[in-house]
Design a protein around this ligand. Sequence first.
Ligand code: HEM
Ligand SMILES: *[C@@H]1O[C@H](CO)[C@@H](O)[C@H](O)[C@H]1NC(C)=O
Length: 512
Amino acid sequence: MAYLDIRVDQAILLFLLLLAVYFSTILAGRLIFSPLVKFPGPRLAATSFLYEFYYDFICRGRYEFKIEDLHDKYGPIIRINPDELHIRDPEFHSQIYVNSGVRKSSRPASHRNATPSRESTATTLDHDHHRQRRKALEPYFSKNMVTKLEPEIQRIVKRLHERLWQHKGSPTPINLFEVYGAVASDVVTAYCFGSSWGSLEKDNYDADTSHVHMFFTKLMPIFRLFPSLLTLSLAIPEWMIKDPGVVQMQRYRHRVEKQVADVRRATSLKKAGGAGKGITGHTTIFHELLERSTLPPSELADHRLTDEAITLVGAGLVTTAQTLAFVSFYLLNQPEALAKLQNALEPLMVSYPAKTPTWTQLEAVPYLNAVVLEGLRMHGVARRIARIFPDEDLKYKEWTIPAGTAIGMSASALHDYERIFPEPHFFIPDRWLEGDVHLKRKYWVPFGRGSRACIGISLAYVELYHVIAAVFRPNGLKMKLFETNESDVKYEHDFLFPSPKEDSKGIRVLIS
Ligand code: HEM
Ligand SMILES: *[C@@H]1O[C@H](CO)[C@@H](O)[C@H](O)[C@H]1NC(C)=O
């Protein structure tokens, strides 16, 4: 036994020694040998991902704000974690977020690790692989294609209009994020699968679906650090899980899986000469992908398409719903802005819903356009979304950013740039109607820029224009804020989506 004891001691000692060597090698790598040592920033951030984790998870989505402080202290370029640099310089944004023609852009692995859909276009790391996947999707997001689907969107927005009237006189406030979440969910699922989830028809507007995304994005810092925890939490059987959020996450994935399987069944029926098109008869992204795309079969496997679908629904839902909810808040909170908007909408919306204007007509209303631009400026995705340039060094002032380094810039660096947007924290649609608007547009990046910018811009626009016009048309609904003020929209936490204080009950309204 004594002999064995010694062996165990020695084994433990050896293990600890190896562990020490292992960690000091990593540390030395990060602090001495890394090509990033020359960049300014706190030692701790360069040493360990725990620094970022502390601000993002323990302090609840605060690293974006800490990065601001670090720039104030260390200058316009800093190292924010062992692998990533961050620049705060509005003039340099267009050098980072570039098109394929300029140079290849990959994404850091941390970006993919934190998501449940790792094989989607949005989460594809390698530039060329991303191009292949994105090219297959692009035709379905063109302005042309969105215009074809416009009647369906108009129908959904009319349904929203009817649903809101049902709340007339009710003393129970409604949560606009949930209501708009239902609209965005119905639009994006109709677009992807040919049959919408009918969230607008549910009494609670299918609020769980909107909230499951927010629940998930709050956990992203953990999954970024421990990617296998995510795999695990999606794999454990439902009855073993105590956390209702995780259960929702799993159900959500199963729902999308089933939808993809339905589309596959419908298209194989069609190929066999059976029933034909999708469930509602019109062709959609996933029908087209399965029937006509030139992607190799491995790219069309069930789990790949499920990942793609989850990302599309996720990317199309919270962003649009949040923008609409925030814009509604500002309009209701600033009666002069609302009055101007209603005035501008009068000619087009006078006989709504009997007569519905088109997107093209709405787009041409300058004040409506200004409201949309300003809402997106204040509440588009603010956080940095880093790029990696695999083949080329990048010059920034006297610095050389070595090829292969993750480098990003937060959109807030541009959207809060006082030289271009004076009083950046105020909702001022008029700024889009005066001065050098072309210049302002250069600093307006709510959809990102370059080869990996948002693919759903046209779809987002159609929704934003139609919903705002229908909800705020003159002589329409009388909506008033219920126990909601600035503190329910002020950007306090970065949970992927810019979020207000955590105990906010949301943007709530009464309808009279
Ligand atoms: C107001 C609404 C929206 C906003 C503010 C928004 C914003 C963004 C941003 C900032 C990105 C990241 C770009 C980057 O990496 O630099 C993005 C990517 C993406 N968005 Fe949107 N988005 C919106 C609506 C939509 C809609 C309706 C869809 C359609 C389903 C969509 C689908 C996507 C996809 C697929 C990507 C990944 C693109 C890629 O990696 O190639 N988004 N979006
Ligand atoms: C918003 O309302 C809350 C209570 O509902 C109040 O404590 C807070 O001071 C208000 N904030 C602003 C900015 O008016």
